[in-house]
Every structure is written in C-alpha cells, then in structure tokens.
Design a protein around this ligand. Structure first.
Ligand code: GLA
Length: 376
C-alpha cells in the first residue's frame, strides 16, 4: 500500500486536475473561418465562427459585422438574437440599417456635416438630411476589414486614409470580438498620425426572443443613468445634460420598452420612440454597467458593460417592414433594439462633452461586454 503522504499527493493532483482543467477549458472558444461571399471587385469576405459553451457568434470582415449570435433561453433552447441577413449581398445593398456593424469614424450624428479641430474646419458627407450619420456615405460599416484569428475570437483591422469621408489623419482601427464565459466582448483600439476625432461602436439590433419573433415592447430595460442628452428635430444633441427623472426616458428601475414609448413627451416624438444617448454615471475608462435587459417569455437576460461614457438606446423606430432579413423575416418597426456604447453624438461640436479627439501617440481603447444569462 502507498504511504499516506504519497496518497495525499495523488489526491491533491487529482483535485487540482479535476477543478482547474474544466475551468481553463471552459473559456476556450473554438474559432473557425470560412468564406461568406465576394465583393463586386472579387475580394473575398470571410466569416469567423466563435463557439464557447452554448454561445455561438459569427463575425464577418465586411463592416466587421456581428452576423449572428446564438444564445440559450431559460430552458437551454438557443435562438439567434440579432437581426441581419443570411448572405452577403443584402448587407451590401442596405445602406441604412447598419445591422451588426462597427460604425465609424464617428458613430451617430455630426451636426450639419461639419466640425472644427485645431482651428481648421472639416466637411463631411451629409447622409442624414443635412447631417452626417455613422461616419458618412461610406463609413466603416461598408468597408472590408482584415480578419485574423486570435485566442477566443477574431481581430479585425482597418486602415482609413487621411481625408477618408473628410476626416483628418490616417487612422488604424482594430476591433476584437472574443467569447468569454457567457459573454461577447468587443475591444476597440485605434491610433492616428494626425489629430482627429473618433467614435467607434457596434450597431447590433437585439431581440431577446430571437430575430424575427415580433416586437420588443415587452422587454424590460434598466439603464442606470441619471441623465441623457436631449435632441432637436434632426436628432442632434442640444448640448444639455437633462435629468431622466419624471420622464419616459427614466429606466433606472426596470421598465418595459413599450410602457411609455408613445407618451406625449416632446423627446419621444422627436425620436419616434427611444433614440437617445444616456450619460453613464461612472468614470469614463472604467468598466461600468450600461444596461440590463430581460425578456420575460424566454427568460434571456442581456447585460451591457462598458468603459465608454455613453450608450445610445435605440428602439428600432426606423425599421418599417421593408427589410426582409434572415429566414425571410420581415423586420417591422420596433422589432429590435440597439444599445450602442459610445461617445455622445456630435461631440466634436460640443466642447463640454467628453472629448472624442485622438492625437498621434495616443491609443484609443474601449471595451464593451455583452453578457448573457437567464431569469426564472
Ligand atoms: C442609430 C441612430 C438612429 C438610426 C440608426 C440607424 O441608432 O441613433 O437614429 O439612424 O442608428 O438606422
């Protein structure tokens, strides 16, 4: 018979092996790559599939877009919870929805398609009335990024030349999508060779019942922000940071999206529903909760954490049934919501907003984590 100290060693080894090995392998996502389609010039668009436990995400190099995201409900049944298309062509023919895309250089609107920086005025394309939306006519959502497998995910790189859509400086942007245990992490990095402005975000449209499964009005939303940035009729911030208290924009306590969406409140009329930037309470640069959404029938719960100073809560008001998405599903108004972690819209024209300037030698770096769980 082995001596007791030998037995102890074997026991310890087995204990460590059985507890640590499953933990380590648990966060190791499987990553595979294939071709999703071809651009008109013949260049190949790749799609990366990330799998970890019950989570499965697909990310393509066109627009660095999240194409699908499979998440289990409370019974373990998975559904794809993001809007989009099954093939490349409809993505390239849809200039307005930004399904799953990384938007840039400047997410959301810039007033009258112009801003000044270091005393110089820059003119951008006006692609939303007189304003610039999501980086201009050919924003980052419409460009082909370079993909590379990294541990647990994919890194996408884009070099945007000096003057691209009117923005100064050659900018190198890197976006990393990785699967963590029960979460999708998106990390944003960028550098520039001239002073510029930058605001990258992900424009995924969520429906926690599953894409194409009706409206999102029953989803319970909690956004722990005290203030938001009111907008004018062009959805440009007025510059004010207004309290949410006493308005339909107050989500400090979990409330159904549909509960107050048609209230007779000017900001709700201007947004045609929710289309507002919330000012997160915590310190920019440190991870904080931006939102928590619970869908009562499936039990799926989405939590959003970010190092960004704001989050755009958009209730899919411009979806109007003209887009036919995955499995022929018709995407009607308010059949999805977006939670775009970001700098405030039109910051280059609002010196009092957290600065969106990026200078040579600095590294732009933000992280957003979409976490998934279920509620009873
Ligand atoms: C953002 C904007 C919306 C709308 C969508 C895209 O979320 O805030 O007003 O333009 O993008 O349709």
């Amino acid at each position: 018979m082995a001596n007791p100290s030998m037995q102890m060693k074997v026991f310890r080894f087995l204990f460590l092996f059985l507890t640590l090995v499953p933990l380590a392998s648990h966060v190791e996502a499987k990553v595979t790559k294939s071709v999703f389609g071809e651009m008109p010039d013949g260049s190949k668009v790749e799609i990366y599939t990330l799998e970890e436990g019950a989570l499965k995400a697909r990310v393509m190099t066109y627009g660095a877009r999240l194409v699908s995201l499979e998440v289990p409900d409370r019974g373990g049944k998975t559904a794809d919870i993001v809007l989009g298309y099954e093939s490349l062509a409809p993505y390239t023919k849809d200039p307005k929805s930004y399904f799953g895309a990384i938007v840039g250089r400047y997410g959301n609107r810039i007033d009258h398609a112009t801003f000044s920086l270091d005393g110089k005025r820059y003119q951008l394309p006006a692609n939303d009335g007189v304003n610039t939306l999501h980086g201009g006519t050919t924003g980052f959502d419409k460009l082909l990024w370079q993909g590379r497998e990294i541990p647990n995910g994919v890194e996408l790189t884009l070099v945007s030349k000096d003057g691209d859509q009117g923005f100064p400086g050659t900018l190198t942007a890197r976006v990393r999508y990785t699967l963590e245990a029960h979460a999708l992490k998106i990390e944003y990095l960028a550098t520039t060779d001239k002073d510029t402005v930058l605001n990258l975000t992900n424009h995924s449209y969520f429906n926690l019942k599953g894409e194409g499964q009706g409206d999102i009005l029953n989803h319970m939303v909690m956004i722990p922000a005290e203030r938001y940035t009111p907008v004018d009729s062009g959805l440009i911030p007025t510059g004010e940071l207004a309290p949410v208290a006493g308005t339909p924009l107050d989500f400090r306590k979990a409330t159904a999206i549909g509960a107050r969406i048609n209230d007779n409140f000017e900001q709700m009329r201007l947004g045609r529903g929710y289309d507002h930037n919330y000012v997160l309470n915590g310190k920019m640069g440190t991870m904080q909760e931006a939102a928590r959404v619970v869908e009562p029938t499936s039990g799926r719960v989405l939590t959003v954490e970010t190092t960004q100073p704001g989050v755009q809560f958009y209730s899919g008001n411009f979806l109007d049934g003209t887009l036919h998405g995955k499995h022929g599903h018709v995407y009607n108004q308010r059949t999805a919501f977006c939670l775009e972690t970001q700098h405030f819209p039109d910051s280059p024209n609002h010196p009092k907003f957290p600065t969106s300037e990026l200078k040579p030698g600095q590294t732009y770096h933000y992280v957003t984590v979409f976490g998934f769980s279920t509620a009873p």
